[in-house]
Design a binder for this molecule. Structure first.
Ligand SMILES: NC(=O)c1ccc[n+]([C@@H]2O[C@H](COP(=O)([O-])OP(=O)(O)OC[C@H]3O[C@@H](n4cnc5c(N)ncnc54)[C@H](O)[C@@H]3O)[C@@H](O)[C@H]2O)c1
Length: 312
């Protein structure tokens, strides 16, 4: 198999990403972690599942970045997850150091790779990776929007009683509590959400979406969500490797789009073999613009805090 995807961080999201990707049979997979033996053990276990599911994928685990050489895609999931009561921004100091190392060590070995970032605080970690690797902006993408939109889609489908396939939702903005679920652009089989769900229930869905990550953190108590986040990463990886020109919400480097500059921010992007091929700019009303501005202000503050920690 000629494509190679390396996943840095073999914890819950990293190993589950390996699982989803192996099922898609689109690349050989390398799992890297600092914990000795863990990525090797998980890789071996997953490799032994391949005969059962009939997929010819090579899965390798390592504690050494050399194993990532020549990757087409690097996925960064290394870092601490939230604990109950923590915000994603509380992870900034610890994860900036971990992501810096992962970015620097991998880009030396895979200078042509496209990066998909998952580690939180997401928009700041994607920004850090782009600055440290000095890759073109479209080659570093943060995963947030597919997950946040999928949470909203799941809630809407359950509320209306239709297939999840009939529900399209678009959640934009930073990957924090100020994210912006765009109800006007979301629909059930072509009918606008507000015409399908009464206002009060729709508002409850929007609020639950915004706090969707926190809801799972408080239930799990020892970590954060991993099935849905890693499914989202594997959809992005597939879109890139298969050059699908798929439009999904994701965190991208802003160069004037939506009036924003020099931050990573959740917007609709088109994914192809070169990473982000295009940022799609929606026509927004006043209320939506205000909500995005508040979200962008929050992301900008986190990036400022990051600049005080790391020279970028
Ligand atoms: N963007 C999103 O939508 C989203 C969703 C879920 C989780 N996350 C974030 O993803 C990150 C990982 O979450 P998780 O649930 O997999 O956590 P986890 O604790 O299960 O796994 C993290 C792994 O990173 C490893 N690690 C730490 N330092 C490392 C280093 N220097 N090099 C290589 N590996 C290193 C740890 O050993 C651990 O195995 C967290 O920051 C979490 O907040 C983001």
């Amino acid at each position: 198999m000629k494509n190679k995807v390396s996943i840095i961080g073999g914890g819950m999201t990293g190993s589950t990403t390996a699982h989803w990707l192996a099922e898609r049979e689109i690349a050989d997979i390398v799992l890297v972690d600092i914990v000795e033996g863990m990525p090797q053990g998980k890789a071996l276990d997953l490799q032994q599942a391949m005969p059962v599911i009939g997929k010819d994928v090579k899965i390798t685990g390592s504690n050494d970045y050399d194993a990532t050489s020549g990757s087409d895609i690097i996925v960064i999931t290394a870092g601490l997850p939230r604990k109950p009561g923590m915000s994603r921004d509380d992870l900034l100091t610890a994860n900036a150091e971990i992501v810096s190392k992962a970015a620097i060590e991998t880009v030396k070995r895979s200078p042509d790779a496209i990066y998909v970032i998952l580690t939180n605080p997401l928009d700041a970690m994607a920004y850090l990776t782009m600055k440290l690797t000095q890759l073109a902006p479209g080659r570093v993408i943060g995963q947030a929007g597919i997950l946040d939109s999928a949470r909203m889609r799941a809630f809407v489908a359950a509320d209306v009683g239709v297939s999840v396939e009939n529900v399209q939702c678009y959640v934009l903005g930073g990957h924090g509590d100020e994210m912006v679920p765009l109800t006007r652009h979301s629909n059930v089989a072509g009918t606008a959400l507000r015409d399908v769900i009464p206002a009060e229930r729709l508002e409850a869905i929007v609020n639950r979406t915004r706090k969707g990550g926190g809801e799972i953190v408080s239930l799990l108590k020892t970590g954060s969500a991993y099935y849905a986040p890693s499914a989202a990463v594997s959809q992005m990886v597939e879109a890139i490797l298969k050059d699908k020109h798929l439009i999904v919400p994701a965190s991208a480097y802003m160069r004037g789009e939506y009036g924003l500059q020099d931050i990573f921010f959740g917007v609709p992007v088109q994914l192809s073999q070169n990473g982000i091929e295009k940022i799609i700019v929606y026509d927004l009303d006043n209320e939506e613009r205000q909500a995005l501005k508040a979200s962008a202000d929050a992301v900008r503050q986190t990036i400022e805090a990051l600049r005080n920690l790391v020279k970028i």
